[in-house]
Design a binder for this molecule. Structure first.
Ligand code: HAM
Length: 420
């Protein structure tokens, strides 16, 4: 017996009608982002592994355990992109985009890869819709990026999502907080799990992310980043919050939100949906003022977000889905041998009038064809037989009411428009 291949674990096929939903979401993203002056960037799926080690950070889970990395035939270390902020940063530097009038606003839509344990809402090939604003350090940029994200979600008809925001401060704030956190945790070393003990050395802030109940309890009395914020970071965050209030953006300050990628500075935010597992964010985001310099570029600040498209689509409101579903096409049914070709011509004529048509091609009987139409959920069929060929018309039948009428293609198109 020959092997039956299946899609690789953690990857999946997207099929119609679901792909229509994906396309509608992407079209909405393009429309909204372009209305804020964003242009689309398409970076390669494959990048130098070092880019993510440097950009996302070697102590992050993404780089430490989740990358699809390999050597190509010449021994170059390459990885399938696990995220796009570092890649957009690389492209920004490579193409000297700092020469454009700042800020530079870019968005992207496409697949990303992480070797994670697959489960609902978590795939090894997943899709992100993201946006990055590069070249402005001020809080108004943070606010505009959040406003754009909220506007996009509103257009998808989400009503009850709240943005969780926090600040991780600038480098100065984090150095002071890191020292205080290590000083607090060090005497309790034995109460920490293996991962957190390692993080105590590599990246202590990530311990705040822990799901372990014992560690969480220990963290209750830990120093908070809020107490170590530099005046500049405090001021920046307060201004962001004030603008969000002014625009009535639904947000909550989440003091423990730290995010799992190393490049973040100051504002970070996430959106978590109730429809998904409690720790599954639909959107991950934040400011990254040191990333471009870290990648060897000029000192250019950045802020952006990435939406997990797979997760977003899992929780889309019914009202948006209903609007996408639309009407099924009209089915053209030829009656008799000669009509099999003339029927195709009539289908073309209907399409030229803007009507979507599926043609019955197999030459099956009208009875069998009508059965097919029912199975497809078709409401209108266009019948073409000898008489219709002679008059250059078609008979449009409404399968719901059983009523029918013989019309030209143009008249039929008008009738369909009136009825829908
Ligand atoms: P991230 O939080 O790693 O951030 O990913 C963003 C979103 O991608 C997550 O909230 C989630 O919805 C989705 N996602 C991540 N991994 C998976 C997976 N295995 N399966 C399904 N969905 C997944 C970033 O990637 C940053 N680059 C975001 C950013 C842009 N920060 C600033 N600019």
């Amino acid at each position: 017996m020959s092997t039956r291949f299946r899609s690789v674990k953690g990857t999946r096929d997207l099929l119609p009608p679901e792909t229509a939903v994906w396309n509608a979401v992407e079209a909405c993203a393009r429309r909204v982002f372009e209305s804020y002056g964003y242009g689309e960037v398409r970076t390669p799926l494959l990048e130098d592994t070092g880019l993510f080690e440097r950009g996302v950070g070697e102590s992050s889970d993404i780089v430490g355990k989740e990358m699809y990395s390999f050597e190509d035939r010449k021994g170059r270390r390459v990885s399938l992109r696990p995220e796009s902020t570092a890649a957009v940063g690389r492209a920004f530097i490579q193409h000297n985009l700092q020469e454009l009038p700042p800020p530079v606003r870019l968005f992207y839509i496409g697949p990303h890869f992480r070797y994670e344990r697959p489960q609902k809402g978590r795939y090894r090939q997943f899709h992100q819709i993201g946006a990055e604003l590069l070249g402005d350090p001020g809080p108004h940029s943070d606010a505009e990026v959040i406003l754009m994200l909220v506007e996009f979600l509103r257009q998808l008809e989400f009503r009850d999502l709240a943005v969780l925001v926090n600040t991780v401060g600038d480098e100065e704030s984090r150095a002071s907080f890191r020292a205080a956190l290590v000083a607090y945790l060090e005497p309790h070393r034995e109460r920490l799990g293996e991962d957190s003990r390692r993080r105590l050395e590599t990246n202590p802030l990530r311990i705040l992310d822990t799901k372990d109940p014992a560690e969480r309890e220990l963290l209750e009395a830990a120093p908070t980043l809020a107490d170590h914020l530099s005046p500049a970071s405090r001021e920046h965050f307060d201004q962001v919050l004030a603008i969000l209030e002014r625009f009535e953006v639904p947000f909550e300050v989440a003091p423990r939100l730290v995010r799992g990628l190393d490049y973040y500075t100051k504002t970070v935010f996430e959106i978590v949906s109730k429809g998904l597992g409690s720790h599954d964010a639909v959107v991950g985001a934040g400011r990254y003022d040191g990333l471009i310099a870290e990648l060897g570029g000029p000192p250019v600040e950045g802020i952006g977000f990435a939406i997990g498209q797979d997760r977003l689509i899992d929780v889309l409101p019914e009202s948006f889905l209903a609007a996408v579903a639309g009407e099924p096409p009209v089915m053209l049914i030829p009656i008799g041998e000669e009509a099999r070709v003339e029927g195709l011509a009539m289908a073309e004529a209907l399409r030229a009038e803007g009507v979507a048509v599926v043609a019955e091609l197999s030459g099956r009987s009208m009875r069998a064809a009508l059965k097919q139409a029912n199975r497809r959920g078709v409401r209108y069929v266009a019948l073409v037989g000898e008489e219709e060929i002679a008059s250059g018309e078609l008979t449009l039948r409404d399968l719901e009411s059983g009523e029918q009428e013989t019309l030209s293609a143009a008249q039929a198109a008008r009738r369909l428009k009136e009825q829908r």
